[in-house]
Ligand binder design. Structure first.
Ligand code: ADP
Ligand code: MG
Length: 688
């Protein structure tokens, strides 16, 4: 019997069916769940600060007498209250107020206020402080720091405080079950940690708590990461149990293929391919992530894997995140596989009508050995006769669920298809240990020989003319260049406008050059025509939005200009830059920034100037932007931890792994309890 865990939230004071339903939407059903609804931050309302000691930017409690309360009409109508204590005077400003409120603020009334101190037109001010009237009798201030909870519409902070306090009272005496083995480095009893975090004493180290480095937080973060690890592991076990068709080696066909290439595979490509081929031969599904910097030649490795599956009479599905990229794969694989007599099929969002039904037919009756496409591949009406291998390119663009959806395309009696996932976003070890704990990892840590590194420079947009001249000079020499317009990522429309305007500008200035434009709002056919022309060398300059980010391969392009690089993450810039330097010519990347450039941004961008190592850059990016950004927004659901934060808690990960192993081996009964406790709800609360 675990006491608290079994009690419904409805047993708490003030929780009826309606509130219970609302809490349940967020995964809070039992009293114990409330204890794991942890504060985001704290306010110190335990002391009254004198007005003389109040400092701008701080959240403070002050107490004083009303000296004046007037409605003023400067710019906006507002209620201005002057409050005085023995040490000084401060102004309270209300932009929304009622007549009754004004009337209650009589001269001489004593108020206790809580709010942020700012500098206003009359000196120090507080806007809309929380306040209440107090007598002379020194009504007590708060005993503990005041927690601020993550919240959702309709549940106020006071409600959360009340609910969590009630839950803590219940906890008293019943104890929350300890689910980690006692020998953990971060021994801190679970109930004490929870008590502390919901009700920190007035002398609690606020800075440490703010950074998430308090031992009580580390204890919880550790357990949360362990729970996450256990749940990914279980997911993987489920897939293993389903089994997979063993696809043994067929070296002969592979030899024919490799001999037909104009180059030899790098040692890294060969090593990774060996790992994949060994996986494929087994009767448990491969779940392998191949990481390789842009240009490291992942496609070839994918081709080797595909050949092995096809040689065993199975079908292969290859999914890319964009049409452009899927089309590029289509071309590479046509070149490689058609001479070998392998039948291919294409499926994307724009496959329509009879063309689409014909494709679906060939996939369903097993005639198509390799199907290449976009996420159209995992739509409901796509069924494979005998799917043995799923290849997902640029995984960071897809969520885990999309990847899993594709594995369900195999018929149940055939087991799971093998999975090969490829990404050029190097994933720092800390992140991959957490985000991809369910995958085996291979790294292509070598570029094909003869690649020149890309020299990167930072240039002020004021010297745009010079940059344009340089582009012109390069193109006149027969080289090709990209001009990438980036804008606030979310605004596709603005990005397109910027690219159109820039293309017009460059066409005016460089009338003698053939200049193309591609952006995400163009019809796929039109995009393809422009890309093909650029690839064929018919265009010398390509103005583009970030649609060219992934995978596009034009070896003769040796110059790239990126506008507003300060708005993009380092990993994304590195990806973009990887579009040049694919041939043997010395290549250049110009980061054309807008002034003023903050010191921080300058420092960030210099990382690119100094390094061409995708892993190093990704580590820096992770430090600066956090995992949600680095993995891409679609992954953030996975990374929505309650307490744990990466990379800040990266130092816990070794212990996380060994604890998870110990628990699986010695305390298997705790696995479910841990997963339930921490990953029961995936819903995100708004940050306040
Ligand atoms: P990415 O890892 O970025 O997907 P690609 O697979 O697109 O890289 O390969 C980039 C380019 O390098 C392609 O033109 C490809 O044909 C070429 N390539 C791949 N492997 C080798 C190799 N071993 N030697 C020379 N060129 C190679
Ligand atoms: Mg690629």
């Amino acid at each position: 019997m675990q006491g608290v865990t079994k009690l419904s939230v409805q047993t708490l004071r003030g929780v009826g069916p309606k509130l219970a339903k609302k809490l349940a939407e967020y995964g809070i059903r039992y009293v114990e769940d409330l204890l794991f609804h942890l504060p985001l931050r704290y306010q110190d309302r335990t002391r009254i600060t004198t007005i003389a000691a109040a400092r701008e930017g701080h959240d403070l409690v002050i107490e004083g007498e009303v000296r004046a309360a007037d409605v003023v009409f400067r710019r906006r109508r507002s209620l201005v209250v002057r409050l005085q204590d023995g040490t000084g005077m401060i102004t309270l400003r209300f932009f929304h107020f009622s007549a009754a409120q004004k009337d209650s603020l009589q001269n001489g009334n004593r108020l206790r206020c809580f709010g942020q101190v700012r500098r206003g037109s009359s000196g120090l001010e507080m806007y809309h402080p929380e306040y209440r009237q107090v007598g002379e009798d020194n009504a007590p201030v708060e005993e503990n720091l005041t927690p601020i909870y993550p919240t959702t519409e309709g549940i106020g902070q006071n409600k959360w405080r009340d609910l969590c306090q009630q839950a803590l009272t219940r906890l008293h005496g019943t104890q929350v079950k300890e689910l980690l083995p006692e020998n953990s480095q971060y021994a801190y009893a679970m109930s004490n940690a929870l008590q502390y975090l919901h009700t920190p004493p007035p002398d609690a180290p606020l800075a440490e708590l703010g950074e998430g480095n308090h031992p009580a937080q580390l204890r919880l973060a550790l357990e949360e990461l362990v729970a996450h690890n256990l749940s990914l592991f279980r997911l993987r076990e489920g897939q293993r149990k389903a089994g997979a068709p063993p696809l043994p080696h067929n070296t002969e066909q592979l030899d024919v293929f490799f001999n037909s290439l104009p180059f030899t595979a790098t040692a890294a490509q060969q090593r990774v391919l060996r790992e994949i081929r060994a996986d494929l031969a087994r009767c448990i599904p491969m779940m392998r992530l191949v990481q390789g910097d842009v240009g490291s030649g992942k496609t070839l490795v994918a081709a080797g894997a595909a050949l092995q599956a096809i040689g065993n009479g199975y079908q292969v599905a290859m999914m890319a995140p964009t049409e452009i990229l899927a089309e590029q794969h289509w071309r590479s694989f046509s070149d490689w596989f058609e001479p070998l007599g392998i039948s291919m099929e294409w499926l994307s969002g724009r496959s329509k009508g009879s063309r689409r039904s014909k494709a679906l037919n060939r996939i369903a009756n097993g005639k198509a050995s390799l199907t290449i496409g976009t996420h159209a591949l995992f739509q409901d009406d796509v069924a494979f006769a005998k799917l043995g291998l799923v290849i997902v390119d640029e995984q960071h663009r897809f969520g885990v669920h999309q990847r899993l959806a594709l594995t369900h395309k195999a018929l149940p009696e055939q087991g799971q298809p093998h999975q090969l996932i490829m990404t050029a976003t190097p994933i720092p070890r800390t992140l991959s240990m957490v985000a991809y704990a369910d995958l085996d990892c291979s790294v292509i840590d070598e570029l094909p020989p003869g690649r020149a590194t890309v020299t990167t420079v930072l240039v002020d947009n004021k010297r745009r003319d010079k940059v344009i001249q340089r582009v012109a000079a390069a193109c006149e020499e027969g080289r090709q260049a990209f001009w990438v317009c980036t804008l606030i990522e979310e605004s596709d429309a603005l990005q397109v406008q910027a690219a159109q305007a820039t293309a017009a500008e460059l066409r005016t200035l460089l009338g003698h050059l053939r200049i193309g434009l591609v952006h995400g709002r163009m019809k796929p056919v039109d995009k393809e025509i422009v890309m093909a022309a650029f690839k064929a060398g018919e265009l010398s300059l390509l103005v583009a939005t970030t649609v060219i980010e992934v995978g596009v391969d034009v070896p003769n392009a040796s110059l790239m200009v990126i506008e507003n690089p300060e708005r993009l993450g380092l990993a994304q810039l590195h990806q973009l830059r990887g579009r040049v330097g694919r041939g043997t010519q010395a290549s250049h990347c110009v980061l054309l920034y807008q002034t003023p450039l903050s010191d921080n941004s300058r420092q960030r961008l210099s990382v690119l100037r100094e390094s061409s190592d995708g892993f190093y850059i990704a580590e820096r990016d992770l430090e600066q932007r956090g995992p949600g950004e680095v993995l891409g927004t679609r992954q953030t659901g996975l990374m929505a931890f309650r307490v744990a934060e990466l990379p800040a808690h990266g130092h816990l990960l070794d212990e996380v792994q060994s604890l998870a192993e110990t628990i699986r081996r010695d305390f298997p009964e705790n696995v479910d309890l841990l997963i339930q406790r921490w990953t029961g709800s995936r819903q995100q609360f708004a940050k306040v």
